[in-house]
Design a binder for this molecule. Structure first.
Ligand SMILES: [Zn+2]
Length: 378
């Protein structure tokens, strides 16, 4: 009896604590349900709200906004999430980019996108004024709290940012101050240089490139540790993408966000991902789950297929096991016999065999008939 009594006290106490720290609002419309939860975090003398906007129930879409002055990004992400479902986590900081707090009478300031590593915290505090080990420890705990608010799902974390014209662009990674941070880069001549992506993930990189957007693939092992979220995710080899658009261009940001939602996942972790295109008109669903064969052996799988209106082609990603080399004399055939389509790689020994760069090139799928029995060893 006494145990039950103690237990109920602790439950009530827990609920009271919970209620003090959190505020939840639920909004229902014809098209979506929004559960908005604000959790308050005490950083020195300051109470900072961390707001979670959960639209419907899609655990595969997770977005984060750390700079509270980037209004276009925040508004656009909500428009996207109303349509797709998913969660946005944002720091509520009086529409300011930098966070200020006081500890034992001293005022500290830091950039919340520089707080995810020790090195970043130290240099950000020093850059904006005061530094102390105690203040750095507070910032570190705050960063850990933000990370704990992200739903633990195996999907790409989408970070939202806005920049001002000319400040920070794809050129910063091409030949500017961050050029050493990239492993690969794709620049599309028709896109504004301020609108671009930065990602830690090859699959996301290839997908964005196939849509013709500016994108830099971060060099996860060598990029300069500035404490940003892309560095933190890169060090952990986790999938992350930064969506950067110029302030005041919501329609551009909307389309860019839609591009990185539901990026395909590797089926075999020991495989490499390639881009492909198919020029013939085909039903997307009939190819996106096909297996890729070499002779009788399965060496890969199709990961995605989508019809790109702008190119009038099917574009997508496929994976091939690491041990199987793709070269310039490899052809990928889509065979449509007996109504069962099949993907098959064949080698043309009469052609020159040069390395194929999967981060720069795209495999053009050849439409074919049932296999003749000429197969050679790669
Ligand atoms: Zn930002």
């Amino acid at each position: 009896m006494q145990k039950v009594f103690l237990l109920s006290i602790s439950i009530i106490y827990g609920l009271i604590c919970f209620a003090q720290k959190q505020k939840t609002i639920v909004k229902k419309t014809d098209t979506y349900t929004l559960k908005q939860t604000t959790t308050y975090y005490k950083l020195g003398n300051k109470n900072i709200g961390i707001v979670s906007y959960k639209y419907n129930n899609n655990p595969n879409v997770v977005m984060i906004n750390v700079h509270d002055d980037e209004a276009t990004a925040i508004e656009t992400s909500k428009q996207v999430l109303r349509r797709t479902g998913g969660t946005l986590i944002k720091i509520s900081n009086d529409s300011q980019r930098l966070i200020t707090f006081k500890l034992e009478g001293v005022s500290y300031k830091f950039d919340p996108n520089r707080m995810f590593t020790q090195k970043g915290i130290t240099s950000s505090l020093k850059y904006y004024g005061h530094y102390s080990p105690a203040a750095a420890a507070k910032v570190k705990a705050f960063a850990a709290f933000i990370l704990s608010k992200l739903p633990a799902v195996n999907s790409t974390l989408i970070a939202l940012h806005n920049n001002h014209r000319g400040d920070y662009s794809i050129n910063t990674y091409e030949n500017g101050s961050l050029s050493k941070d990239k492993r690969e880069i794709y620049i599309d001549s028709i896109r504004a240089t301020d609108d671009f992506f930065l990602t830690t993930d090859e699959i996301v990189y290839n997908k964005i490139r196939s849509y013709g957007y500016n994108v830099a693939l971060q060099n996860n092992s060598d990029a300069n540790d500035d404490g940003s979220l892309s560095i933190y995710y890169g060090k952990k080899n986790k999938s992350y993408v930064n969506v950067e658009t110029e302030h005041g261009k919501p329609e551009v940001q909307f389309n860019m966000l839609m591009t990185v939602i539901n990026t395909p996942k590797r089926i075999n972790t020991n495989a490499l991902v390639y881009n492909y295109t198919i020029s013939d008109s085909m039903e997307e669903s009939s190819i996106k789950s096909l297996k890729v064969y070499f002779g009788n052996r399965q060496i890969g799988s199709m990961l995605s297929a989508y019809y790109a209106q702008a190119y009038k082609k099917i574009i997508g990603q496929l994976e091939i096991e690491k041990g199987f080399g793709i070269y310039s004399n490899s052809d990928l055939f889509l065979l449509k016999n007996n109504n069962t389509p099949q993907m098959e790689i064949r080698i043309d020994p009469t052609r020159e065999k040069k390395p194929f760069d999967r981060l720069k090139e795209t495999i053009g799928v050849v439409m074919g008939q049932s296999a003749p029995s000429i197969k050679s060893v790669p």
